[in-house]
Write a protein that binds this ligand. Structure first.
Ligand SMILES: Nc1ncnc2c1ncn2[C@@H]1O[C@H](COP(=O)(O)OP(=O)(O)O)[C@@H](O)[C@H]1O
Ligand SMILES: [Mg+2]
Length: 242
């Protein structure tokens, strides 16, 4: 939910990321306002995941800057970035298969020393299915349940900004719809969301604004409703022909 005059929460200026000779991100700028859902779309290899990893501190930029609130977080360590209020739900969920649901949630709060009971309750109220499976090993959950757990774990750090990398990948449509409802609910409660979603149709429906990635740069950006009506976007990403 974006308020009028919402402040900029995240700003990326001229980001460059290289792996050996490969320019995975090549002079990219974007911004996210408080309360927005911002969607990233683009083909495979366009640099979306790498950009998210740079924001969360998992890859180091070659150049450019990443500003969160009033802090320059460029190149800072992942734990520092989590403690400032950014968490990421990685592609492929990455839950700890041999730990229980509850243990996985507690790991999401590893930088906190206050009482977690209310937050665990909050996550269980968003995902009643996780409450029923509190003592179940995460590796035995279905794909959709693992995705819920990964989102729940990211919420346990009490983020201001949550980033989700391909949350719908490999999930049945009915489960995807459920995950998207939760994303909206989290956002209604005041958490800003950056969403990298291969299902561009859904991404542009849920998002406020979007950025189109092409070979490490932004080729287009704007309100999601405008992007969804753009002929180039329709042809390249929404499967509609001219
Ligand atoms: N750890 C890595 N080592 C080398 N190249 C990488 C690595 N991670 C990503 N890349 C390359 O960076 C580019 C962008 O990848 P990525 O950010 O995963 O794209 P997207 O998420 O948009 O599909 C691709 O060419 C990819 O092969
Ligand atoms: Mg990716």
């Amino acid at each position: 939910m974006v308020k009028e005059n919402a402040k900029t929460l995240l700003e990326i200026n001229n980001l460059q990321i290289r792996f050996g000779g490969i320019k995975a991100v090549d002079g990219l700028s974007l911004s996210v306002k408080e309360g927005e859902i911002v969607t990233l779309i683009g083909s495979n290899g366009a640099g979306k995941s790498t950009t998210m990893k740079a924001i969360s501190g998992m890859v180091k930029p070659f150049a450019g800057e990443i500003i969160f609130g009033s802090d320059n977080i460029t190149g800072q360590a992942p734990n520092v970035i989590v403690s400032k209020g950014i968490t990421m739900v990685p592609e492929g969920r990455r839950v700890f298969p041999n730990l229980t649901v509850l243990e996985n949630l507690k790991i999401g709060a590893y930088l906190r020393y206050d009482n977690l009971t209310n937050d665990i309750d909050y996550v269980y109220s968003l995902f009643p299915r996780l409450r029923e499976r509190s003592w179940q090993l995460a590796g035995t959950l279905s794909g959709g349940e693992q995705q819920m757990l990964a989102v729940g774990r990211a919420l346990m750090a009490k983020p201001k900004l949550i980033m989700m990398d391909e949350p719908s990948l490999g999930l049945a449509p009915i489960v995807v719809a459920e995950i998207f409802e939760i994303i909206k609910e989290i956002n209604r409660q005041g958490i800003t969301v950056v969403l990298n979603e291969q299902n561009a149709n859904m991404a542009l429906k849920i998002g406020d604004r979007g950025y189109v990635f092409e070979t490490g740069r932004i080729s287009m950006s704007g309100k999601c409703s405008d992007l969804a009506n753009d002929p180039k976007v329709q042809e390249a990403y929404l499967g509609k022909s001219k």
